[in-house]
Design a protein around this ligand. Structure first.
Ligand SMILES: [Ca+2]
Ligand SMILES: [Ca+2]
Ligand SMILES: [Ca+2]
Ligand SMILES: [Ca+2]
Length: 494
């Protein structure tokens, strides 16, 4: 069963988790980015990997436990291998199962430990290399964690061999000059220089012209790149440690002034491969949560200015709410992406009162509203060539204000573009939706009741009513004059 948990027990661990998550974000409006990535390992293969997110050691093994296969015979069990750079040796562990001793099953023990059952206590940090051994059929592992938000990340490179990778969700071509400036030794031949060794290539650091460049062991300058999750060996030829400092490649946009919802766990469901997200909330009665997402490709990068809305209008009276991402009309199912990140935010926080949350203005470029007039800047610029038009103005003189044209999706420069169609659906509709689309999307969806839709409409708007039964007490046309368009059999009862 492919089920993952960042928390094995929400109720017991909640306090601990909140402390650990809130170390840098104790007063913010949006949560720390959290998400998942996938690791494909072919049958009977070993993959050399690094973690591009924060996944604590015990949590990683716990996550892998449900996906890798234990055996009583350590030679055929799935395993994990670490490199001990202090002692320059491998530490290999296997997953035990069917041992005849229930307390050992599903735990990880040292290889060749005889009867001593030496348990794995290693932890894994972002940027450290390790190997996963798959002694069974092809597998795609699901790993969840937190995007690293430290501005820099130091990796200590010991004399001899080290395993390294980039700790952020970002593919990278390691900068040779940066390594040299950090203390890497560049020489004039491969035997004396520091060396980066990939699965299929070896590159060494050249001191002569062109100075501080990676050279291929097979000749000529080399471009040496990591994808997200790929690791490499680093051979430090000197007798001293040095520190390679990686800089966070994305901005810190997370600095506002109120309590945030926090993503507490991300699990993949075994049957549908949808992703279930548990969000810790304040429990306040006014709190409404929205979720943003961003997909990152294997050779891509997280872009912290470019999120999209995944869900809105989530609320719960308790301290947690659960939202399931199965994809939708606008969003690929999570089973079809390598990596997806999420942030949860307070949708009810709207400092400028324009109906668009602070978080959406911050995270989604198309909603950025720098002049706080309730009209997205991209929309204003598209229609008016700039931000000078006022919200109350009526540029095309059709009686509908510029801001209402924005909200209703009509053309503010075309006086014939005024009326729109609303949608009602007794089955799929919700009163929290705006009624602007027939199908449910992240931002829109049909309303559930005819009367409330008529109240939201303007004169001459159409209301398309999906077939179904509607209980409408006191249905009235006194609000506005609208056109009702039933589709199929529509039954209206008082
Ligand atoms: Ca706003
Ligand atoms: Ca604006
Ligand atoms: Ca107008
Ligand atoms: Ca118009």
């Amino acid at each position: 069963m492919k089920m993952l948990r960042l928390l094995s027990c929400i109720s017991v661990c909640a306090v601990i988790l909140f402390v650990s998550l809130s170390r840098a974000w104790c007063q913010v409006a949006v949560s720390e980015p959290s998400g998942f990535f996938r690791i494909y390992i072919p049958s009977n293969n070993t993959s050399f990997l690094t973690l591009p997110m924060e996944v604590s050691g015990s949590d990683l093994l716990e996550q892998l436990n449900g996906q890798l296969v234990g055996e009583v015979d350590q030679e055929v069990a799935d395993g994990i291998i670490f490199w001990d750079q202090n002692n320059q040796e491998y530490d290999a562990y296997y997953k035990a199962d069917n041992t005849g001793r229930e307390e050992y099953n599903g735990r990880w023990f040292e290889l060749d430990s005889g009867t001593n059952w030496i348990e794995c206590t290693n932890s894994l940090n972002p940027g450290e290399g390790f190997w996963l051994v798959n002694n069974h059929s092809d597998i795609e592992l699901f790993v969840s964690g937190w995007s690293l938000m430290d501005s820099t990340f130091d990796t200590v490179l010991k004399p001899g061999l080290n395993t390294i990778g980039f700790p952020y969700l970002f593919s990278l071509c390691p900068d040779a000059a940066g390594f040299a400036a950090s203390g890497a030794y560049a020489g004039t031949n491969q035997d004396t220089s520091d060396v980066l060794i990939y699965v299929d290539s070896t590159n060494w650091l050249l001191a002569a012209y062109p100075e501080n460049t990676w050279q291929s062991s097979t000749g000529g300058s080399a471009t040496t790149c990591w994808n997200i999750t790929s690791a490499a060996w680093y051979q430090n030829k000197s007798t001293n440690d040095f520190i390679w400092t990686a800089s966070r490649p994305y901005a810190d946009l997370f600095s506002s002034a109120s309590n945030a919802p926090q993503i507490a766990s991300i699990e993949e469901t075994s049957t549908t491969h949808s992703v279930v997200i548990t969000i810790q909330t304040t429990g306040g009665t006014d709190e409404v949560v929205e979720v943003f997402y961003q997909d990152v490709a294997v050779a891509g990068c997280l872009d912290h200015a470019n999120w999209a809305v995944a869900a809105q209008g989530l609320s719960d009276s308790g301290d947690y709410l659960v939202w399931e991402d199965a994809g939708d009309i606008e969003r690929t199912p999570p089973s079809n992406v390598f990596s997806r990140l999420y942030v949860a935010a307070r949708q009810d926080q709207d400092s400028d009162g324009d109906g668009i949350s602070d978080a959406r203005e911050l995270l989604v470029p198309s909603f950025s509203d720098t002049d706080n007039d309730g009209m997205a800047d991209t929309w204003e610029t598209n229609y008016f060539g700039g931000l000078s038009q006022s919200a109350e103005g009526d540029n095309d003189g059709d009686g509908i204000s510029n801001r209402d044209e924005y909200r209703r999706g009509t053309d503010p420069t075309d006086s014939s573009s005024t009326r729109i169609t609303f949608f009602v659906n007794a089955a799929s509709g919700r009163e929290a939706y705006d009624g602007l689309t027939r199908l449910v999307t992240a931002l829109h969806g049909p309303k559930a009741a005819i009367q409330s839709t008529a109240s939201a409409a303007e004169t001459n708007d159409r209301i398309e009513i999906a077939s179904g039964s509607y209980a409408e007490s006191g249905l009235s046309n006194s609000v506005v004059r609208v056109v009702l368009v039933p589709v199929g059999t529509v039954q209206i009862t008082p």
